[in-house]
Design a protein around this ligand. Structure first.
Ligand SMILES: *[C@@H]1O[C@H](CO)[C@@H](O)[C@H](O)[C@H]1NC(C)=O
Ligand SMILES: *[C@@H]1O[C@H](CO)[C@@H](O)[C@H](O)[C@H]1NC(C)=O
Ligand SMILES: *[C@@H]1O[C@H](CO)[C@@H](O)[C@H](O)[C@H]1NC(C)=O
Ligand SMILES: *[C@@H]1O[C@H](CO)[C@@H](O)[C@H](O)[C@H]1NC(C)=O
Ligand SMILES: *[C@@H]1O[C@H](CO)[C@@H](O)[C@H](O)[C@H]1NC(C)=O
Ligand SMILES: *[C@@H]1O[C@H](CO)[C@@H](O)[C@H](O)[C@H]1NC(C)=O
Ligand SMILES: *[C@@H]1O[C@H](CO)[C@@H](O)[C@H](O)[C@H]1NC(C)=O
Ligand SMILES: *[C@@H]1O[C@H](CO)[C@@H](O)[C@H](O)[C@H]1NC(C)=O
Length: 319
């Protein structure tokens, strides 16, 4: 089937209804775990570039290798739907509740820089002239908190610039640049009560996280629109929306698939909170907002259907 000529409006739909895959490990946290990113594990994950949203990242691993340009583009791999980060209070004052989280993952020694990111509750606007990395001239950041773990990786803590110019510094961006000598295990822990972010880096291979953080820095994810300035003067973020997309960013989407493994994330769950994913069509309409895009989606659904039919007619394949 011919691909839509509206390349820049390309969008793929694999899942008809995105469901949050959070499976509670204990009563009060939501847990996500991805030992690797491959054809079998990425069904539920979403990929977003400056031109495309793929709901069902496993589509990119299909034998037909569809849409190689998505793999080659810089972009995000995120959990489906939203992660609850904080709750506004009724009186509009300080947030009523903020979630702590822990995440850990291994970055391959050969990987290009990979960023763990907390975005907003929507994808960055398509075809933003400043790209996903922002204009680089609008940052409030003089120096970003950063550190290097000897022989393993360099870590920088900053913001996500992808929503420039409206919101040039939002969320969280912890960028890990491996040294090329050995795989690095990374632990990122946010204590929402202390408003402190700690990043640990150690040798990969199932070892305990180091007792001492490589880097710690004040952070407040709430308080959208308000510059967060730490006692040491570091600007860390302008907060996020109450729920946000969470995942990884890299120079190419493929770098995330190939460079990151053993990803675990646990996030405090708010009491009585029923997890809700954002419907795929709500996001697509928000992101694409055009009839052209709707046509691209339909043709892709058809593509998917045809390729399944083909697979089935070729033999007793499940799927
Ligand atoms: C995915 O699962 C199938 C069936 O269990 C297996 O044959 C295949 O090797 C797996 N693929 C990967 C990339 O692990
Ligand atoms: C995307 O990258 C993954 C990981 O390297 C690879 O397995 C897959 O075949 C690629 N897909 C396309 C469409 O290039
Ligand atoms: C989107 O990103 C790709 C590279 O990742 C770039 O080649 C392309 O020009 C970008 N498109 C827009 C509209 O910024
Ligand atoms: C994060 O890890 C710390 C221990 O380092 C633990 O006390 C805390 O409960 C964990 N929080 C979450 C949300 O997993
Ligand atoms: C930042 O870059 C944007 C786009 O390149 C430009 O429009 C804007 O004037 C620049 N702002 C400053 C303060 O230089
Ligand atoms: C790293 O932090 C130091 C201060 O601790 C600062 O001087 C330097 O510019 C920072 N590096 C980057 C790349 O932001
Ligand atoms: C990389 O490793 C070498 C030797 O192991 C070390 O001298 C260097 O400081 C490391 N650089 C970074 C950025 O970690
Ligand atoms: C995250 O931070 C790194 C390092 O500062 C930067 O290169 C990258 O462009 C940032 N990513 C986004 C999406 O803002």
């Amino acid at each position: 089937m011919a691909r839509s000529p509206q390349h820049t409006a390309l969008a793929l739909v694999l899942l008809c209804a995105a469901t949050i895959m959070a499976a509670p490990a204990t009563a009060d946290v939501d847990s996500h775990s991805f030992p690797v990113f491959d054809a079998n594990t990425t069904d539920v994950l979403w990929v977003a570039t400056n031109e495309t949203v793929v709901q069902g990242a496993s589509l990119l691993f299909q034998p037909e290798r569809p849409f190689p340009e998505v793999n080659a583009s810089e972009g995000f791999l995120v959990l489906p739907g939203q992660v609850d980060l904080w709750r506004a209070s009724d009186d509009g004052g300080l947030p009523a509740r903020e979630a702590s989280f822990n995440t850990s993952f291994t970055v391959e020694s050969s990987a290009t820089p990979v960023s763990f990111v907390i975005l907003l509750d929507r994808f960055p606007t398509f075809n933003n002239p400043v790209g996903l990395r922002g204009a680089n001239n609008n940052s409030n950041t003089g120096a970003v908190p950063n550190a290097t773990a000897d022989g393993l990786a360099a870590v920088e803590v900053g913001t996500v610039k992808s929503y420039a110019p409206e919101s040039p510094d939002v969320g969280l961006n912890v960028t890990v640049t491996p040294n090329g000598t050995a795989d690095a295990a990374v632990w990122i822990e946010y204590d929402a009560v202390a408003h402190l972010l700690r990043v640990y880096v150690g040798a990969a291979g199932g070892e305990q996280r180091p007792a001492k953080a490589l880097l710690d820095t004040p952070l407040s994810l709430a308080g959208q629109g308000t510059a967060q300035t730490s006692p040491t003067g570091f600007f860390v973020g302008q907060g996020t929306t109450q729920t946000a997309l969470v995942g990884f960013f890299a120079g190419t989407v493929r770098d995330i698939f190939d460079g990151v493994r053993d990803w675990d994330l646990t996030v405090d769950r708010f009491d009585g909170n029923k997890k809700k994913g954002t419907s795929w069509w709500v996001i697509l309409i928000a992101v694409l907002g055009s009839v052209v895009a709707a046509a691209a989606i339909v043709s892709l659904v058809v593509w998917r259907f045809v390729s399944r039919r083909r697979a089935r007619s070729m033999g007793p394949t499940k799927l």
